[in-house]
Design a protein around this ligand. Structure first.
Ligand SMILES: [Zn+2]
Ligand SMILES: [Zn+2]
Length: 316
């Protein structure tokens, strides 16, 4: 089956109307005649289109898994004063994250994971109890006084004790725990995988022999409005490869190259276990018109699709 390409006047008319709708003043400036009433009718393809080439585009859609999500978690335990120095993230109720928009690490500290862990060193008390070093745990300071007894003033040693001032007479002293710094707890937080979206549906794949700057835009348009453009559908690449020339009714080296490269792209998507091809393969005729305005401004117009249903693009 051969597809009917749009004729040049139809493309030109469609472009002219669209361009005038978008910026009539610019059209007047580029194509108007001084002293004459401006009319679109007077602007003809025959006069302003300098050259035309016939090209082709191949389109299919792919559903992609965005690679395996990062797995596992890392635990960190820090002291209370340090727990606030970490940058935390939260995804609670925030839905899945688009990996392409995410600039940070794939695993990040998450706020909801923070947990108090009682200090093992002090059993969560914040301090260590020990015998008072000053009184060796007795609670008393023992001294020996030398007392002069009687008329002879005979020296006699007599014990005397008073409560230890370091432990208030208890014999025990408490020191802040060195491990937790007296905060009773240490704090645990987890670096967890960012909850990425794992599947992206309908990624458009477009290859065109015209190598326009609109490939991305065309791909996206096709993805939204595939019913508005007519192409020839194939269910496998082999069939496309063998029927492309006859279906288009024209051929060139670039088209052949484009078919080859899109064929290997298609194959690599078929082999990729994270991808799945979700549409048929479409072959679209493309017409590339090189035009020049009355004022000498060069521009291009592309059409994509058949004479019945086509889309246009232009850098006018
Ligand atoms: Zn402690
Ligand atoms: Zn003491």
């Amino acid at each position: 089956m051969r597809i009917k390409t749009p004729n040049l006047d139809e493309i030109w008319l469609r472009w002219k109307q669209k361009a005038a709708r978008m910026d009539r003043k610019k059209m007047e400036k580029e194509f108007g005649t001084k002293g004459a009433v401006f009319s679109l009718d007077a602007i003809s393809a025959a006069e302003y289109v300098k050259d035309t080439t016939k090209e082709a585009a191949i389109y299919f859609a792919v559903k992609k898994s965005l690679g395996p999500a990062p797995k596992g978690k890392e635990e960190n335990i820090v002291t209370a004063p340090r727990v606030g120095r970490v940058q935390y993230y939260s995804f609670k109720g925030a839905g899945k994250i688009n990996k392409e928009n995410w600039k940070d690490d794939e695993k990040v500290p998450q706020f909801e994971s923070i947990q108090a862990v009682p200090c093992k060193n002090c059993k969560g008390k914040g301090y260590i109890e020990d015998k008072c070093k000053t009184c060796k745990g007795t609670g008393k300071i023992e001294e020996t006084f030398t007392v002069l007894v009687g008329e002879e003033q005979k020296k006699e040693k007599k014990p005397f004790s008073y409560p230890c001032g370091a432990c208030y007479g208890t014999g025990n002293r408490t020191e802040p725990c060195k491990e937790c710094g007296g905060h009773k707890n240490l704090y645990k937080y987890e670096e967890l995988p960012v909850p990425f979206q794992t599947v992206v549906t309908g990624v458009p794949v477009l290859h065109s022999s015209a190598q326009t700057r609109y490939e991305k835009e065309i791909g996206e348009d096709l993805h939204k409005m595939i019913e508005d453009v007519e192409g020839i559908r194939f269910s496998n690449f082999k069939e496309l490869d063998s029927k492309a020339e006859a279906s288009l009714g024209y051929w060139n080296k670039n088209i052949k190259k484009t078919i080859n490269s899109s064929g290997s792209d298609y194959k690599s998507h078929e082999k990729d276990k994270d991808a799945q091809i979700t549409s048929q393969i479409y072959l679209f005729p493309m017409i590339l018109m090189h035009a020049e305005t009355k004022r000498g401004k060069k521009f291009e117009i592309y059409s994509l699709g058949s004479g019945d249903k086509f889309m246009i693009y232009s850098n006018f």
